[in-house]
Write a new protein. Structure first.
Length: 685
């Protein structure tokens, strides 16, 4: 039967082939199932395979199922199958394990924090009256500032500018007695000039930080003028802090409500005849304190923030923040400090009732969330920085308060106390006072000078300017640079008659006035240092401008003038290790202050500065051999501008032995090494 069926099938095949007889070239496809027959493959009888090539027929005889099963059950083949199966899974798990090991052990990209712009910036503080005059009237202005953006961005590597107040003011406190916080003083230009400046800054990728002055206004502000008018239904009645005062024991007009003192000295209360009451001023009598407990005042202040945020500013520096709130118990006296100063001196009292009140920190968190409301899609972060002189207990709560986010930073004023006598240990204490108290995950700042403190070059000495700039640019945090400090500008020579900041009185002028640190920027050797094209300046130009100015310092070419070192350091600080690397103290003694900055898998850096009076031998590896390699390469050295002989002590690019080198007084070096060098060089030994 099987044979007959096969033959029938063959007949069919032949018929099919005959139809293709004319085509002699038979392809593989055509040889396929049409020419191969499995006969009785499913039956119990013997199975056959027939292949037809068109002329002859070839027949193969296969194994029966029984025969196949005999082989399959053979212990030898069973073992082979098991061995192959086990080998397969062993190999599979081995590859899986190898993959995991490779993933775990392979060098990974280091975690790179996603820093905000204000963490990467060098912030430059431009005091607008003194930076650059554009129209020859002897007073700096907005257009003058705009004309110097290339200088700031391309030469100094500055990416954020904080501008002191440009608002209309009464002129009693260098722009801080404001008559309208939502306008521009005509001395500086117009709102259109401001808009042009903002656009130009953003075009050059420079952020714009404005001053915000919420503690007080000018006495000439319409709010205060309205507030002076007696009357229960006066909207502005409670915009300021008014009080009847206390009955005078000897009769007559009431006396001040309490013993509070003004920062400038004397009572913090001034009597106003028209209202027959005292008003509070923590600063000058021309600067009445706003009543920030009043919800309407808070709304006015929020509206000022909104006004400038909508104009596109990138952040605010909040002036005099610690003074915002006072104790609600207005007749309480403040305790004495115990310091031996005159009774009308601000330092005579402890300011427990007029500074750092809990409500102040709360209000800052509210402003923080107001700013966050303008950070659409996380694309335009608005920065908030606080002016606050105080101890760590007082300043740190500005970072966050009652679990709410506060300012991005209170300005770290510790280095503004640097003076000639501050040696290595002293510098370490100033640095550690902040770094050791800052809440984890927060960001520091470093301020060497500002519009309220004498010039850093005058405080530490002109020969130490490069050293302190190196310190400021390499410590972890954002440097805030006061205009002119990049060329080591010194206190100006201003007489009382020439002065503008006279609120302290003639007797205290030399000590307290801030005119000395506000003299015009020294651009070049032209008349008035190139600050103005006019024939006078609002404060006299420092007489040292012929030698100390931007143009001459760049032209010097020695690589060690203040501005050249400044430029090298602002470039160097863009390195990952200097921007966000870990921070460790290294050698610290009475002369030397040194530290290491290291971001994983990036070149490491060490900063070593001699703040002492004598040449000092340094072994940076003495206690840190696992952290610091034997050799490092000099990236920046501060060699003294006034002593070119020292400029040859270390050359940029030179390799030095970090286990043994010498530093002269005022000399500092920034050295670098490759990631892993400290381990490689250890193994070489
Ligand atoms: Ca001008
Ligand atoms: Ca206040």
């Amino acid at each position: 039967m099987a044979d007959e069926k096969a033959r029938e099938a063959m007949g069919d095949e032949k018929t099919a082939l005959n139809e293709k007889e004319q085509d002699q070239s038979v392809t593989m496809d055509e040889l396929d199932s049409s020419k191969i027959k499995f006969i009785n493959a499913n039956g119990d009888a013997e199975a056959k395979v027939q292949i037809s090539d068109g002329e002859d027929e070839v027949e193969f005889v296969g194994l029966t199922k029984d025969e196949l099963m005999r082989y399959a059950d053979d212990p030898y083949w069973v073992r082979v199958r098991w061995v192959l199966l086990i080998l397969f899974w062993v190999a599979w798990f081995a590859m899986l394990a190898a993959a995991i090991v490779i993933i775990v052990l392979a060098p990974r990209c280091p975690p790179r924090p996603n820093l905000e712009w204000w963490q990467k910036s060098v912030v430059y503080q431009a005091y607008p009256k003194s930076f650059k005059d554009s129209n020859g009237d002897g007073v700096g202005d907005i257009k003058g500032l705009e004309s110097k953006l290339d200088y700031l961005r391309d030469q100094l590597n500055v990416t954020a500018v904080w501008i002191n107040p440009i608002y209309p003011s009464g002129g009693a406190d260098g722009g801080y007695d404001i008559t309208d916080m939502s306008a521009v003083d005509s001395t500086f230009g117009t709102l259109e000039d401001f808009e042009s400046l903002r656009v130009a800054m953003h075009k050059k990728d420079i952020k714009l930080i404005m001053d915000f002055v919420p503690n007080h206004t000018s006495r000439n502000h319409t709010w205060f003028q309205q507030s002076r008018i007696p009357g229960e239904d006066n909207k502005y009645r409670d915009y300021y802090v008014w009080h009847d005062g206390k009955p005078n024991p000897s009769g007559g007009r009431n006396v001040e409500p309490n013993n509070w003192l003004s920062v400038m000295g004397g009572s913090a209360w001034t009597f106003d005849e028209s209202r027959n009451q005292y008003y509070l001023h923590q600063f000058l009598p021309e600067q009445p304190d706003l009543n920030v407990r009043n919800a309407e005042v808070q709304e006015e202040l929020a509206n000022i923030l909104r006004f400038w945020l909508e104009k596109g500013v990138d952040g605010f520096r909040i002036d005099a923040a610690p003074h915002l709130f006072e104790s609600a118990n207005i007749t309480d006296n403040e305790p004495r400090s115990g310091l031996s100063v005159a009774a009308d001196n601000y330092d005579f009292l402890d300011h427990t009732l007029t500074t750092f009140q809990p409500e102040t920190y709360d209000l800052i968190t509210e402003w923080r969330s107001l700013l966050d409301g303008y950070n659409k899609d996380n694309e335009k972060y608005r920065f908030l920085v606080i002016e606050a002189y105080g101890d760590a207990n007082q300043t740190m709560p500005f970072y966050s308060y009652n679990g709410k986010k506060g300012a991005d930073m209170p300005l770290n004023m510790n280095l503004i106390n640097l003076d000639k006598d501050c040696n290595g240990n002293c510098v370490r204490d100033l640095v550690h006072n902040w770094m050791g108290n800052m809440p984890s995950g927060k960001w520091s700042s470093w301020v060497l000078g500002n519009h309220d403190r004498h010039r850093v070059a005058s405080r530490v000495g002109e020969d130490k300017v490069n050293a302190v700039t190196m310190l400021q640019m390499t410590l972890p945090g954002t440097p805030f640079v006061y205009y002119g400090d990049e060329i080591g500008m010194t206190n100006g020579n201003v007489t009382y008659e020439q002065g503008q900041d006279k609120g302290w009185g003639q007797a205290h002028y030399a000590e307290k006035s801030r005119d000395f640190e506000r003299t015009p920027m020294q651009w070049n050797t032209d008349d008035f240092a190139g600050f103005t094209s006019g024939d006078s300046t609002w404060l006299p130009v420092n007489s040292n401008y012929k030698s100390r100015n931007v143009k001459s310092q760049f032209a010097d070419g020695s690589g060690v003038t203040n501005i050249e070192v400044f430029q090298q350091l602002t470039l160097a600080r863009q390195e990952p290790s200097l921007q966000w690397g870990e921070f460790h103290y290294a050698v610290v003694d009475e002369n030397i202050f040194s530290f290491v900055r290291q971001a994983e898998r990036f070149p490491g850096f060490a900063v070593i500065i001699n703040f002492g009076e004598s040449e000092t031998h340094v072994d940076l590896r003495k206690d840190h051999s696992g952290m610091i390699p034997r050799q490092g390469k000099v990236v920046v050295h501060t060699a003294n501008f006034d002593d070119h002989a020292r400029a040859t002590e270390y050359d940029v690019g030179e390799t030095i032995n970090l286990g043994s080198f010498n530093l002269h007084p005022t000399e500092g070096i920034l050295v670098t090494w490759n990631w892993g060098d400290e381990k490689l060089q250890e193994a070489d030994q």
